[in-house]
Design a binder for this molecule. Structure first.
Ligand code: NAP
Length: 239
């Protein structure tokens, strides 16, 4: 039986590139996001069997049902990647973009992460990958909700790893913190890599069972520096 993976947020960017890389590696892939036609087009181009499930993660009960239905439809789901997110520059603190960011990146993320962990707990094995961001390590005056939502994702996944340490079962949880990746969501161009490069590095980390990876690797230096700088210095950078 072929390995199976579900990618949440597979209709563009890093999620799409991951779906293509996974299929090239022989995985059957479950593709989910809101843009059904786009998912179907991507699925038709994959070399392995693809399963398409429309899902809006902010409609959390329905999204969890759609996730469970997708798990049931696929022969095996060994890997779940949650890539879905939105990001808005929102210096004026308008409520709608802040609300959407929290709904997708925090509530939607957790709705699917818990459904995936339930599936892995039941079968005693699996691998959950959450796409966070280097943005998780600092506050940002231009996009306060986005950076805070990524801090939630990174800390939530760390919590899942601690939970797993006290349990039986072979469940791995990997936190991915990319720098800038060339997609619609990118908020800068410094050290930018392509979604394909990001996907290849993410899958190498998955294959090695890593807890955490920066993509590309040199963003580790930026994260280290940002964690070391005092808030009065960061304030000048992220005003
Ligand atoms: N690009 C960067 O520079 C960068 C840097 C660090 C981290 N990241 C992270 O990388 C991940 C992927 O982002 P990306 O750069 O690849 O951006 P992207 O191309 O905009 O992809 C975002 C994905 O999320 C899906 N999505 C958005 N809202 C959704 C909802 N309500 N329900 C279900 N799916 C939803 C989108 O699909 P639909 O619109 O079809 O629903 C799309 O597939 C995100 O977690 C992002 O925070 C990106």
């Amino acid at each position: 039986m072929a390995d199976g993976a579900i990618v949440v947020g597979a209709s563009s960017g890093i999620g799409e590139a991951l779906a293509r890389e996974l299929a090239a590696d022989g995985y059957e892939v479950g593709l989910t996001a809101r843009r059904t036609e786009r998912l179907k087009e991507i699925g038709a181009e994959l070399p392995t069997k693809a399963y398409v499930a429309t899902m809006d993660v902010t409609d959390d009960d329905r999204a969890r049902e759609a996730f469970d239905d997708l798990v049931d439809a696929m022969p095996s789901v060994d890997l779940v990647v949650i890539s879905a997110a939105v990001g808005h520059l929102n210096r004026d603190l308008e409520w709608e973009p802040e609300r959407e960011t929290i709904d997708v990146n925090v509530r939607g993320f957790t709705a699917i992460a818990t459904a995936a962990m339930t599936h892995f707990d039941d079968r005693g094995a699996g691998h959950l990958v959450g796409i966070s961001s280097v943005a998780a390590v600092f506050g940002n005056g231009g996009a306060p909700a986005y950076n805070a939502s990524k801090a939630f994702v990174s800390t939530y996944l760390e919590g899942l790893r601690y939970r797993q340490a006290g349990r039986e079962g072979d469940v791995t949880i990997t936190t991915v913190e990319p720098g800038f990746v060339d997609t619609d969501l990118a908020m800068g161009e410094f050290w930018m890599c392509s979604p394909e490069t990001a996907a290849r590095q993410i899958l190498r980390a998955v294959d090695s069972g890593r807890d955490h990876v920066y993509v590309t690797r040199r963003w580790r230096l930026v994260a280290w520096l940002l964690k070391a700088l005092p808030e009065r210095a960061l304030r000048r950078l992220f005003v």
